[in-house]
Design a protein around this ligand. Structure first.
Ligand SMILES: C[S@@+](CC[C@H](N)C(=O)[O-])C[C@H]1O[C@@H](n2cnc3c(N)ncnc32)[C@H](O)[C@@H]1O
Length: 218
């Protein structure tokens, strides 16, 4: 599998290193209201894992990239662990986690893989647990860049194969978020701009729009 982080560390371009402050506040509130294990799905450099970790509960950073997990290991606490794998098949028992974070990660797949991942998140969450998620919107800069330079392999999913790598991105409408996460109780669904990466910052005329929401397991 393509290693997202290997490419970025080679180019010293990867800029998602500092935690998002409002996300940390949101996760801390959730973790206070429901104790239990925490899973950061597609954790990257683990920028949200360590600040949210709360002993004695365990926190797990999950990613398919060895270089990302090595970087995560350098900044974690004793209650944090890392696991390597693909998010379409999670190596955890049903109901293992009170909270799952999927931040800027699940849309790096095609629709079949995204649906498998959503089912896996639902399975590993405890009843009453919450997912906090961000997915790229169809108003996102990269969607327009995809229309210009990518190859649309299915509705809303682009294959990019250029100097930035060999990657797949799926873009969501609001209706699609509600449709794909239908098993969850969606709360606080908002369109927000997030920090640009080198993929989008060279086109400042477009915004970096994401759908951000919490999703409870009823
Ligand atoms: C854009 S980075 C975001 C990282 C982190 N969530 C953050 O906000 O800093 C996406 C991460 O998802 C991981 N990833 C992408 N597809 C994956 C998959 N199918 N299974 C596991 N990890 C995946 C990548 O390796 C990368 O670390």
């Amino acid at each position: 599998m393509f290693d997202f982080f290997h490419l970025y560390s080679l180019k010293e371009k990867y800029n998602l290193k500092d935690p998002n402050p409002s996300l940390i506040r949101r996760l801390k509130r959730l973790r206070e209201s429901k104790k239990g294990a925490f899973l950061d799905l597609g954790c990257g450099f683990g920028r949200h894992l360590e600040p949210v970790a709360k002993e004695p509960d365990i926190s797990i950073g999950f990613d398919c990239s060895t270089s990302a997990l090595k970087a995560t290991c350098s900044r974690i606490r004793p209650s944090c662990f890392v696991v390597k794998g693909l998010m379409t098949g999670l190596p955890f028992k049903e109901g293992s986690f009170s909270n799952v974070l999927a931040w800027r990660s699940i849309y790096l797949q095609n629709i079949v893989q995204i649906d498998l991942t959503i089912n896996e998140i639902f399975r590993v969450l405890k009843k009453g647990g919450h997912l906090v998620c961000s997915v790229r919107a169809t108003t996102n800069a990269l969607y327009y860049i995809g229309l210009e330079k990518g190859h649309e392999i299915e509705p809303g999913t682009f294959h990019f194969n250029d100097e930035c790598g060999d990657l797949i991105y799926h873009f969501f409408t609001k209706e699609e978020v509600l449709k794909r996460f239908y098993k969850f109780r969606i709360e606080d669904l908002q369109l927000k701009q997030l920090v640009q990466t080198p993929f989008t910052s060279y086109r400042p005329e477009f915004s970096n729009d994401f759908w951000i929401f919490s999703a409870g397991k009823p």
